[in-house]
Structures are given as structure tokens and as C-alpha cells.
Design a protein around this ligand. Structure first.
Ligand SMILES: [Zn+2]
Length: 261
């Protein structure tokens, strides 16, 4: 380890190379996943052993048919995750990506997360391919509403939201099992991935389809690839740079080198 905040010499070299690739690229796309939000205290709720997934087998509650069958069970199951999300704050990785985007070095940010933390860090036009808690849709008449005035009563008293028009149950616009990704968002994510010069994979092990396909679309169209993640991914063999570390340690360093060099 060097004296530089505990970052190893090997990581200093890869941080430098990443910064060079970002500066040279005219069109950079970032793909993020659960690993960018774990430093904010949000558990990766797909991981085995995490309480949310072991209390109920997820397909029994987190699928569209389960939601329709017993929305109250879904909302009770979701409650601890929702409490985590509403109290979480953006971490240095979210903030560094937002800064790089504001300075023109990142064109598009795609996220598999539903926590809204990139937007709260100042990122713009984030493509949330697994949906968002910012809006809800009535499962009966399909009226869509914003979460304003709905989330807080749910967080405080677990009050289940109902449609003002027809009285039906409102479902958060997050993607459950058996649901398609939001099509307009997904089309933009694919187009950005296919046309970028550089893709930056940050905090995702690329185990969830179809998002896991986006980096392969990028490299097959000639893009460079940087992967910052704690664990291996299937596409490591195609990467120009691999940094096996916490995104919250690495991204502020990359951002400083790009913006201040
Ligand atoms: Zn309705």
C-alpha cells in the first residue's frame, strides 16, 4: 500500500489509465449496480443471506402476480428496504460520477438501482432500467402519480397507497419479477451502449439480464471498457482496465485526476 489514502500502487496505475481513457473519449457511458449504493448503507437485496430475501422467498412477494394477489404482503416486505433507501445519502462514488457528468466527461448514466441516489447526487437524466420509486401506477386504471405525499405515510405508518381516481392499489414503478423493463428507458440504454467510445462499469457484477448485455454491446462496437467492481464479471476478459476495489474509494480519485490534471 502507498501513502496515498491506502490505494495500492497497482490501483494508482489503473486509476491513471482510467482517467486517460475518460479524457480521450468523446462519448462515455456508465453502467452502475448495487455495489455503488452499498457504501451508502443500502444492502444488495439480491445477495443471499440478506434479511429481505430470506424472510420470504422473493418470487412469492416480489413478482407482479404476487403483488396483485396480496399487495399488503408486498408492501410489508418492502418496508425495511424502503426505510433504508429514504434515509440513505449519496456517497463519494455517486458524487464523483455526477461531477464528471457535469463537466461533460460522461454522456449517459445507466443504473440498475432503484434508490434514486445518483439523481440526488446531482446526476442528470439517469436511465433507471429497473424503474423508480419516484412514481407509482394504479394496477386497476393505470393512472400514474408521483410519490410525493405517498412515500412518507408509507415509511412512517406503512400506509398502503390507493388511487385517487378509482380506489385501486398503487404499485411503485419498480420492476418486479414477470415485468418488462421500462421500454423507452431500455431503448435509450441500448442505443447509448451501442454508440459509446468508452463504457465504465461501476459496482455491478453483471449477473442480472438484460442489463448485463449492455457492456458486450459496447465492446462489440469498438468501445473501451473499464470495470470497477469488488468481484469478477463475465466480461473482465474484454476490459482495458479492471479495478478490483470499492467504487467509493476509486471514483473520487479518478474524478480528481480527470478534473484537476
Ligand atoms: Zn386507479
Amino acid at each position: 500500500m502507498s501513502k496515498n489514502d491506502g490505494i495500492s500502487q497497482e490501483n494508482l496505475a489503473t486509476i491513471h489509465l482510467s482517467a486517460e481513457l475518460i479524457k480521450q473519449s468523446h462519448h462515455t457511458v456508465v453502467l452502475t449496480g448495487a455495489g455503488i449504493s452499498t457504501p451508502s448503507g443500502i444492502p444488495d437485496f439480491r445477495s443471499p443471506g440478506i434479511g429481505l430475501w430470506t424472510r420470504f422467498f422473493p418470487m412469492e412477494v416480489a413478482s407482479l402476480s404476487a403483488f396483485r394477489y396480496d399487495p399488503e404482503l408486498f408492501y410489508r416486505w418492502l418496508h425495511p428496504l424502503a426505510v433504508h433507501m429514504i434515509s440513505a445519502e449519496p456517497n463519494p462514488a455517486h458524487i464523483a460520477l455526477a461531477k464528471l457528468q457535469a463537466a461533460g466527461y460522461i454522456s449517459t448514466i445507466i443504473t440498475q438501482n432503484i434508490d434514486g441516489l445518483l439523481t440526488r447526487a446531482g446526476a442528470k437524466n439517469v436511465l433507471e432500467v429497473h424503474g423508480t420509486f419516484n412514481t407509482l401506477t394504479c394496477i386497476n386504471c393505470f393512472k400514474q402519480v408521483t410519490s410525493e405525499g405517498i412515500i412518507q405515510p408509507y415509511i412512517n405508518d406503512c400506509i398502503i397507497p390507493h388511487c385517487q381516481v378509482c380506489g385501486g392499489i398503487l404499485k411503485p414503478d419498480v420492476i418486479l419479477y414477470e415485468e418488462q423493463l421500462p421500454i423507452k428507458t431500455w431503448v435509450k440504454a441500448e442505443a447509448a451502449s451501442q454508440s459509446c467510445e468508452l463504457m465504465l462499469v461501476a459496482g455491478t457484477s453483471l449477473e442480472v439480464m438484460p442489463s448485463a448485455k449492455l457492456p458486450i454491446m459496447a465492446v462489440e462496437n469498438g468501445a473501451h471498457l473499464i470495470i470497477v467492481n469488488n468481484a469478477e464479471t463475465y466480461i473482465d476478459v474484454r476490459a482495458d482496465v479492471i479495478i478490483r476495489a470499492d467504487v467509493a474509494d476509486i471514483f473520487p480519485q479518478i474524478s480528481d485526476e480527470v478534473l484537476n490534471a
